[in-house]
Design a protein around this ligand. Structure first.
Ligand code: GDP
Ligand code: MG
Length: 441
């Protein structure tokens, strides 16, 4: 995902000029990229819609370039969704012994995460921690936790053969109280898929254990499945947070984003490897940055934009002064207009144009018209743009079709161009155009 988005913003940066059309194009790419990263369709759609709404609303803000807008709004929205209401803080472990119930599918990383978190609490907060495996399905599972406990110096509940998960939970609670532990981790059994038996067991354990936290451990690489698992567990057991494992290596933000958006539950930690220290608190800013991979793009875009506009204005002014005004010039004008807040905003700012504003609105001269005109010009070849007089019927047909419009739309554009070109010629003689362009770039 980050590579892909990086590519999108690279392209924007290199183009120099950033138009509202670029913003839309970029957002389309962002949407595809999100989908490819296994963000669910409704989540991606929703996300893009919100970014677009926010970005479009501030199109009139002069100090923000469209490039900055895309980057900033995508980034901010990512952080907003990932962050939620910001309760991804420390685990609730006051009133010892505080029980933390670990749930999730088999192989998601429950046992590993249990040990990682136990070590963290012991090392960083000096807590006395007890861990108990409730995994009666696989005999090796209990030993696995005991071995990890030995490695990290955290106590584990002695293994008693033949007990049920609920019995183990009870014994663990008693042991935690008697032994003066601060925190008790209950590492439950997983299944390959969600089933009734698993859910019933986890519910019974939850009722007995009265945990302060129910942490769902999900494999960050399973994308969309992870989201379904989270919804299921939250519905049946109620979770207080999510731990996303395997976010090392190929781990990307896609799962994190859907997870947050769909369940509304905070992502508390991310697992970043098999080692006992490979866990971090979830950092929305960092994950958003990783999803975007954007680095200094904002600064780059800004610079490119400034240089472009200064050069552009100078060059255009010179051309107009000579009475030159071809389709490329018109396109730049149209794009500039869109950027300046569209037709209405622009006319309002032009001296003497305000009185034409109502007439223009009546004649259907609006932003969507500007976009259609830009599309028509894009559909022309280089030669055609430089020399619109060469446009015969067959060329017109091709150009209109290329833009998904009618030949009469093109004719209207050509007529408008001619009028503007004539006007430029007149204005150019007085040097007036140069001043007007200056004013708007
Ligand atoms: P459980 O069945 O849910 O208890 O899963 P385990 O804790 O036994 O983990 C299954 C496998 O995933 C083990 O080989 C772990 O070392 C590995 N694992 C767990 N968390 C991570 C992680 O964050 N990154 C990577 N790369 N491997 C992990
Ligand atoms: Mg396990």
């Amino acid at each position: 995902l980050s590579e892909r988005l990086g590519g999108v913003f690279d392209r924007l940066t290199k183009q120099g000029a950033l138009t509202e059309a670029d913003v839309l194009t970029a957002l389309r790419e962002v949407r595809v990229a999100l989908l490819e990263a296994d963000v669910s369709l409704p989540v991606a759609r929703d996300f893009i819609k919100r970014v677009q709404e926010k970005a479009t609303g501030s199109a009139v803000t002069k100090s923000i370039t469209p490039g900055q807008m895309v980057v900033k709004f995508v980034h901010d929205e990512l952080v907003r969704v990932l962050q939620g209401d910001g309760q991804a803080d420390a685990l609730k472990i006051d009133n010892p012994p505080a029980t933390i119930l670990m749930v999730g599918l088999q192989g998601s990383g429950k046992t590993t995460t249990t040990a990682k978190l136990a070590k963290r609490l012991k090392d960083r907060a000096g807590k006395r921690v007890l861990m108990a495996s409730l995994d009666t399905n696989r005999p090796a599972a209990m030993e696995q936790l005991a071995i990890l406990g030995g490695q990290i110096g955290v106590d584990t509940l002695p293994i008693v053969k033949g007990e049920s998960a609920v019995q183990i939970a009870k014994r663990a609670k008693t042991q935690a109280s008697l032994g003066g532990y601060d925190v008790l981790f209950l590492d439950t059994a997983g299944r390959l898929h969600i089933d009734e038996v698993l859910m019933d067991e986890v519910q019974s354990v939850r009722d007995i254990a009265q945990p302060r936290e129910v942490l769902l451990v999900v494999d960050g690489l399973t994308g969309q499945d992870a989201v379904n698992v989270a919804s299921e567990f939250d519905g049946k057991v109620g979770i207080s947070g999510v731990v996303l494992t395997r976010m090392d290596g190929d781990g990307r933000g896609g799962a994190a984003l859907s997870m947050r958006a769909v369940t509304g539950k905070p992502i508390r930690f991310v697992g970043l490897g098999e080692k006992m220290d490979a866990i971090e608190t979830f950092d929305a800013e960092r994950v958003a940055g990783r999803i975007l991979g954007m680095g200094d793009i904002v600064a780059l875009v800004e610079k490119a934009q400034e240089t472009f506009e200064a050069e552009q204005a100078e060059r255009m002014a010179k051309r107009f002064a000579k009475g030159m005004f071809n389709m490329n010039d018109l396109r730049m004008q149209l794009e500039q207009m869109l950027k300046m807040g569209g037709m209405q905003g622009l006319m309002g700012m032009l001296p003497g144009m305000a009185k034409h504003q109502a007439a223009a609105a009546e004649a259907g001269i609006d932003d969507s018209m500007l976009r259609r005109q830009i599309a028509l010009i894009h559909s022309m070849t280089k030669r055609e743009r430089a020399n619109p007089d060469m446009l015969q019927a067959s060329r017109k047909k091709r150009i209109a079709a290329g833009a998904g419009l009618e030949v009469q739309d093109l004719n209207r554009l050509l007529k408008q161009h001619k009028q503007m070109a004539d006007m430029m010629k007149k204005m150019g003689k007085g040097g007036m155009m140069k001043n007007i362009i200056r004013q708007f770039t």
